[in-house]
Design a protein around this ligand. Structure first.
Ligand code: MG
Length: 410
């Protein structure tokens, strides 16, 4: 497992590159529904393996930085005179925070980078016996010529040639030292970070790049990038289709649950509702502890996930669940929520009975549900109603519960 606190990212967005035309630097132009910069930043912020991000802006764009710095995981630094100076500014900013073990350095102009590529670079750095650096690249497949005055003047062997991409990843202390030396000794301003690393004697592994991780350089690159983004939003052509589909819509699930248990004829001292023993003179009949509140809530979660109901997961025919604490069922449903990548936005349960009186026990019920589910108490509602003495609940033959749950994929 990768500890995100050990993975920092420097996004270099300090260029004035206007090769694409117009007067606006390309990182501020729009791509899809965002700017190029916002698109790139969003991908790294969503990457689970990444902790801290340093965004390096041109000093002229300092005013744009405040909005980004408002994110708790983003720090804004001001760039230098050339790319290596800007990268160094980003690395120094990371060094003054909590220095990570590894750092990925990425050009803002590659907004289509995805989780899979980020993961390959990180994995290459964490592998046993890993090199000091790891960077994505694609083997050159086109024929290579030299030319002058619109005439071919020669050919070159493409064997062993690669097209370099970013993010380029390194051990943090090693690349920081390499950039400091390059700055002190006047390195080539055109150098990328692999060049800086190699000049310092670091070895760099090549990991598989991605043709879609294009660097926006020309006007036509914008059109190509728009096309890839649209394809990704549709769920096709992406290695992370599920995660990217929320470009098109947010994944929100609502589920409902309903349960009834009858009172037994024998006298008792309490019933269990939402995990709390509520004093009452009759017990509820049931295979488990007959907790209608937890059963309705658990079924609401299974419903939101479209994963059946309690009866399917915990068959009444199975003796293991005789007298079981129903918290078990809710815990299982919550495990499914987490494994499916959702969080609970809120849950609301209504207990329906004439007696016992529920109101005085509601605070403890909410606290208990918060403990079982790890959902904040202000997102958990428990309330109660009677049926005006109508129907089975009104006649005191049993207790019913209904529940609604909202799940969101963040
Ligand atoms: Mg039940």
């Amino acid at each position: 497992m990768v500890d995100p606190a050990q993975v920092g990212v420097v996004i270099v967005a300090a260029g004035r590159g206007t090769r694409v035309g117009g007067t606006l630097p390309k990182q501020w132009r729009s791509l899809g529904r965002r700017t190029v910069l916002a698109q790139t930043l969003r991908t790294f912020r969503k990457a689970r393996a990444v902790g801290r991000i340093v965004l390096v802006l041109h000093p002229d764009d300092a005013g744009m930085g405040a909005g980004y710095a408002a994110h708790p995981d983003v720090t804004v630094a001001m760039g230098g005179a050339d790319r290596p100076a800007s990268v160094l500014a980003g690395l120094e900013a990371l060094a003054t925070l909590d220095p990570p073990q590894i750092v990925l350095i990425h050009d803002v102009a590659r907004p289509l980078v995805d989780d899979a590529l980020i993961g390959r670079v990180i994995a290459a750095l964490l592998a046993p016996g890993a090199a000091d650096g790891a960077a994505p690249a694609l083997a050159v497949t086109d024929a290579l010529w030299t030319g002058a005055d619109s005439r071919v003047t020669g050919t070159r062997d493409r064997a062993g040639l690669y097209r370099a991409q970013t993010p380029q990843g390194f051990r943090f202390a090693a690349i920081l030292a390499a950039h400091r030396v390059a700055a002190a000794t006047g390195g080539d301003p055109a150098d990328d970070d692999v060049a800086v690393a190699r000049a310092a004697g670091l070895d760099v592994a090549i990991v598989a790049g991605d043709e879609r991780n294009l660097k926006i350089t020309t006007e036509s690159d914008f059109a190509i990038a728009e096309g890839w983004l649209a394809l990704r939003a549709s769920g096709f052509g992406s290695t992370a289709a599920g995660a990217d589909r929320e470009e098109a819509w947010m994944d929100v699930r609502c589920g409902n649950g309903f349960d009834v248990h009858a009172f037994a004829d024998r006298p008792a001292s309490a019933v269990t509702l939402c995990g709390i023993a509520v004093p009452h003179d009759r017990a509820l009949l049931g295979h488990s502890d007959a907790d209608v509140g937890l059963h309705a809530l658990t079924d609401a979660i299974y419903g939101a996930l479209a994963e059946g109901d309690i009866g399917q997961h915990f068959p009444p025919s199975d003796q293991r669940w005789r007298g079981a604490d129903s918290a078990l069922f809710l815990e299982h449903a919550m495990e499914r929520v987490v494994l499916r990548g959702f969080v609970v936005a809120n849950m609301d349960t209504t207990l329906i009975c004439e007696r016992p009186k529920i109101g005085p026990h509601v605070p403890r019920m909410r606290a208990n549900l918060a403990r079982i589910t790890a959902v904040a108490p202000d997102r958990i509602s428990v309330k109660a109603t009677t049926t005006e003495r109508l129907g089975f609940a009104g006649r005191g033959e049993g207790i019913a519960a209904m529940a609604t749950v909202m799940l969101v994929a963040p």
